[in-house]
Design a protein. Structure first.
Length: 204
């Protein structure tokens, strides 16, 4: 858990609340201090004030997204506007709460945000593993993979690529070995996930 707020009393009270429910946190008095200390591999949730000296809370969120950090953000502020909320939602803020946040509202939202963080990190790890498996394919194997998942037979692929059926069979065997697939359906799923992941990254 991370708390960023220039109000010392608010930082202290929030820290005490979180520790009481077994959610130890690191607290920072500025966005810059948090950015200097945070590493993308650190899981959790960020409780963030908007208006602070120096870098604002919204500017901090923009920095996190620019670096593709997965950390969920809950904004707790007494000066939020509709424009700010809309901007924050576009940047992936998971919730906006008014100061002082009701503990009975805040804690469930934190738990939900941390569950989201775990899911994101699990998904990201799975996608990274998928990319590693597919990166082992040669250009020809990647080309052949696309034809296989389109449903082409070895004979049709051989004719299209102007290679022998035996060569196609050898390529397919290596593709199965490198990707860990056991059947064509596995290759279709891997190819689809890779394509969706690429589109998602390009759209982000």
């Amino acid at each position: 858990m991370f708390v960023v707020d220039d109000d010392a009393a608010m930082r202290d009270s929030t820290s005490i609340l979180l520790e009481e429910v077994s959610l130890p946190c690191a607290a920072y008095d500025s966005a810059g201090a948090f950015l200097a200390d945070y590493h993308r591999d650190l899981p959790g949730c960020l409780l963030l004030d908007l208006h602070m000296p120096g870098m604002s809370g919204m500017a901090l969120i923009e920095q996190l997204r620019a670096h593709e950090y997965l950390l969920p953000v809950i904004v707790i502020s007494g000066t939020g506007t509709i424009t700010t909320v809309v901007q924050g939602m576009k940047l992936g803020v998971v919730d906006f709460l008014e100061k002082p946040a009701d503990p009975h509202v805040l804690i469930p939202k934190i738990n939900a945000a941390m569950a989201l963080d775990l899911k994101r990190r699990t998904d990201a790890a799975g996608q990274a593993a998928l990319r590693r498996r597919l990166s082992h394919l040669t250009l020809r194997e990647g080309e052949l993979l696309e034809l296989v998942v389109c449903g082409m037979t070895n004979k049709v692929i051989a004719r299209k690529l102007e290679i022998s059926i035996k060569t196609v069979e050898n390529h397919r065997a290596r593709i199965m070995e490198k990707t860990g697939a056991h059947k064509v359906a596995d290759l279709v799923r891997l190819s689809h996930l890779a394509r969706v992941n690429t589109i998602t990254r390009q759209a982000a």
